[in-house]
Ligand binder design. Sequence first.
Ligand code: NDP
Ligand code: GDR
Length: 372
Amino acid sequence: MAKVALITGITGQDGSYLAEFLLAKGYEVHGIKRRASLFNTQRVDHIYEDPHMENARFKLHYGDLTDSSNLTRILKEVQPDEVYNLGAQSHVAVSFESPEYTADVDAMGTLRLLEAIRFLGLEKKTRFYQASTSELYGLVQEIPQKETTPFYPRSPYAVAKMYAYWITVNYRESYGMYACNGILFNHESPRRGETFVTRKVTRGLSNIAVGLEPCLYMGNMDALRDWGHAKDYVEMQWMMLQQDQPEDFVIATGVQYSVRQFIEMSAKELGVTLRWEGTGVDERGIVAKVDGNNAPALKEGDVIVRIDPRYFRPAEVETLLGDPTKAKEKLGWVPQITLQEMVAEMVAADLETAKRHALLKQHGYSVAVSRE
Ligand code: NDP
Ligand code: GDR
């Protein structure tokens, strides 16, 4: 019998990679998608199976983490062996704008799922993965951060995720559930949401390179992050549910770069050298010197990155660096994709899209480019 998995957040970056991974392992994969006025399944359309087909192994259910009756109904119907709770309002800056909603989805949503599993008497059958985050470390108390490092959340998102972390531990300890937290550091890919910093940079620079946008507006360029590839990280989400005992793990690369360095790596990939002229809000920004052939619309001296205080956060997480020793030793984990390879993949994908949009624009079609 094929194992059955239920993924919340299946339409997101991680949900799509995890669904692919589980299907390849022979699982029957169920996902919860939100009702939206436009199609929101682009990231999983390539693995979509017609529900009219007999033996379809990929099934989507309408649902929402704010609705416990609906979660209970789906769990009852699916009877999953494994639940991956990836659904969340996952944008840190947005959580300052919508703190109550973020808490409802990210904190209470986790409780609703755990309680539904218990209510249905599935607590001994269903294994539970919680998408915890390096944002829990916030104002860091130790460098690098590991499983025992104290938390100090710095945003409504991180505070909500802290509740989700502890309620997962609590259900494990109270009811003997196989429930665990993956404390994942930032992970990216060409499927990353467009407003997270890496994707904003690769997409923005690609648009500038083909003349669709004049300039990229950024926030804190000095923030330091430990960036890995989402494809590597979803494998670890699965690994955590295959152990004899449930435990929490840090997943990270152990290497740190600044936002500024990420911009420089992306520009190099596009064939553009960058030079700073000042670093303050009103100063000139990052100036391009064109080397390669990929940047036809750029002229030497063009300012392509400016600072916009709108993107500063009320409280910032300045530095994150993970220590993945436990995952390496117990799960045998070694990340496969380097940051350099990931930047190349993201730039190539965004440049192709930018070129397609530029062509449409040339032929009189309107294309919306910058959306924050
Ligand atoms: P995304 O933002 O790409 O995906 C989030 C998913 O959650 C989407 O499918 C979204 O649906 C869904 N969702 C949002 N609100 C609700 C709701 N009310 N009910 C049900 N589903 C909802 O995130 P990632 O894939 O990058 O991250 C996956 C998880 O891992 C998240 O919980 C995130 O907080 C956490 N995380 C991510 C890290 C990263 O670097 N990527 C690092 C550490 C933790 P829709 O498509 O309709 O918006
Ligand atoms: P983060 O990711 O907040 O770490 O949360 P994000 O990519 O949004 O920001 C990383 C750092 O870059 C700085 N920054 C900017 N960020 C954005 N989005 N836009 C900008 O213009 C910009 N300029 C500078 C930020 O201030 C920050 O320091 C992500 C999410 O996926 C969470 O869900 C997840 O839990 C954590 O990673 C680990």
